[in-house]
Write a protein that binds this ligand. Structure first.
Ligand SMILES: Cc1cc2nc3c(=O)[nH]c(=O)nc-3n(C[C@H](O)[C@H](O)[C@H](O)COP(=O)(O)OP(=O)(O)OC[C@H]3O[C@@H](n4cnc5c(N)ncnc54)[C@H](O)[C@@H]3O)c2cc1C
Length: 385
């Protein structure tokens, strides 16, 4: 797309999103057009549509932001296309989605903003996005989704559980990627989770899940998962990944269950003889959130390229936590938000940086690191959706 068309797409989208209640109105209108014209597509979504609306706006915003760097965003769109096969999405659905989005944007942009040139720019953008997703989906020969059986469910904290599954067939994913998951008690409510171990030929996979208060799926996973139940996992997504043996040194900043994609990469690296240096800041709100510190420090003990710094915003556990912190940990703990502490060491300009955690933790860490002199282009994290 030429720079003027990209700018028109961005300005019109920002104008719609900036209106009071704009994102909500845009998504409601989009789904109304989509379902009215294509009733069969309604079947692909859950009855509640909870979370779906926010995710749609965030996903469009992400793609619009990256239109001038298509080289970098094409792999993301291709992964999204492969992953969308699990919904039963086929070529004609992409055309229907594109048409509904144009109608919704037109309705909220108003006649002054929605000129022929703006409409043409959006047509181009949607053709690129849909074309990339469709081509990737059609080229993929592997299954759209794989079944898995829960073999272990451990509640490591009141609000965090580790779930281990046996996949029906091994799944190829790069350590650091994430996967959409569907659990039996919440059909069609797919959620992204990051495997906490690298892919393996035995087809074992492990997730660390935190209960989000008021959430639809995570409380069910943490509190109600039973050994033997059947999950479904989709295609891998995301661009976080292990550096080559001769690659640049790395800074990793992870918080809570956000540690998972970093943990998987460190485990994969620990199986190699040569690695760049990795400095891992492992954070949590309370010391107990660092329940996995021993695993990381054991790896560091036998792998000199790895340094692990435990960080907690509070220096004592909350009253409702029934066990004490790991003894070795209490002596080393640094009290601070993890991103702020990592940035307090100065510029990390010489390192590739990966951040994983909640959207607010990621945003705060990026700001702190950039303010401390780390170039923005060195920092990677998953989309905030
Ligand atoms: C790339 C990626 C990887 C992820 N990996 C993991 C993982 O390994 N382990 C894990 O536990 N979760 C992970 N998540 C988050 C997970 O996908 C769900 O978003 C989360 O479990 C909440 O789902 P829910 O159905 O319970 O909440 P929903 O019903 O979807 O949301 C309920 C409300 O909670 C808010 N909310 C959603 N997530 C959070 C949050 N993290 N903090 C605060 N408020 C929130 C929503 O905005 C909404 O208002 C990942 C997310 C992404 C994008």
């Amino acid at each position: 797309m030429d720079p003027r068309a990209i700018s028109l797409v961005r300005t019109s989208f920002k104008a719609v999103a900036a209106v009071d209640g704009g994102p909500d109105k845009l998504t409601s209108s989009f789904y109304a057009f989509l379902f009215a014209r294509n009733p069969e597509i309604r079947e692909l979504f859950t009855a509640t549509m909870t979370g779906q609306r926010e995710r749609l706006v965030t996903a469009i915003a992400y793609v619009v932001d990256h239109l001038d760097d298509l080289e970098a965003s094409l792999p993301f769109l291709e992964q999204l296309g492969r992953d969308h096969r699990k919904y039963g999405i086929v070529d004609r659905h992409y055309a229907a989605v594109g048409a509904a989005l144009i109608l919704a944007l037109e309705r909220f942009a108003g006649t002054e903003l929605w000129t022929d040139e703006v409409a043409a720019a959006w047509d181009d953008a949607i053709a690129i996005i849909a074309g990339t997703m469709m081509n990737a989906a059609n080229a993929e020969t592997g299954p759209a989704a794989v079944g898995a059986t829960v073999i272990e469910h451990v509640e490591v904290l009141q609000d965090v559980a580790i779930i281990r599954l046996q996949l029906d067939e091994p799944l190829k994913y790069a350590a650091g990627q994430y996967i959409s998951v569907q659990v039996p008690s919440r059909p069609r409510m797919w959620r992204y989770l990051s495997p906490a171990i690298p892919a393996n030929d035995a087809g074992q996979i492990e997730f660390h899940v935190r209960r989000v208060s008021g959430g639809w799926v995570s409380p069910a996973i943490v509190q109600r998962t039973e050994v033997g139940e059947r999950w479904v996992v989709g295609s891998p997504l995301g661009s976080l990944g292990v550096a080559g043996a001769g690659g640049r040194n790395m800074l990793m900043v992870g918080s809570g269950t956000g540690l998972a994609p970093l943990r998987a990469q460190i485990m994969e690296m620990s199986a190699r003889s040569q690695n760049p240096k990795v400095h891992l800041f492992m954070g949590g709100t309370y010391p107990c959130d660092l329940y996995d510190f021993d695993t990381m420090s054991d790896i560091a003990r036998s792998n000199p390229w790895l340094t692990v710094v435990p960080v907690s915003e509070n220096d004592t556990d909350p009253w409702w936590h029934d066990g004490g912190p790991v003894p070795a940990l209490s002596r080393q703990l640094m009290p601070s938000p993890v991103g702020v502490l990592a940035a307090s060491f100065g510029s990390w300009a010489e390192r590739d940086v990966q951040i994983a955690g909640s959207p607010s933790m990621i945003a705060g860490t990026v700001d702190a690191l950039v303010a401390g002199g780390t170039p923005h282009e060195n920092i990677r994290h998953d989309p905030l959706i």
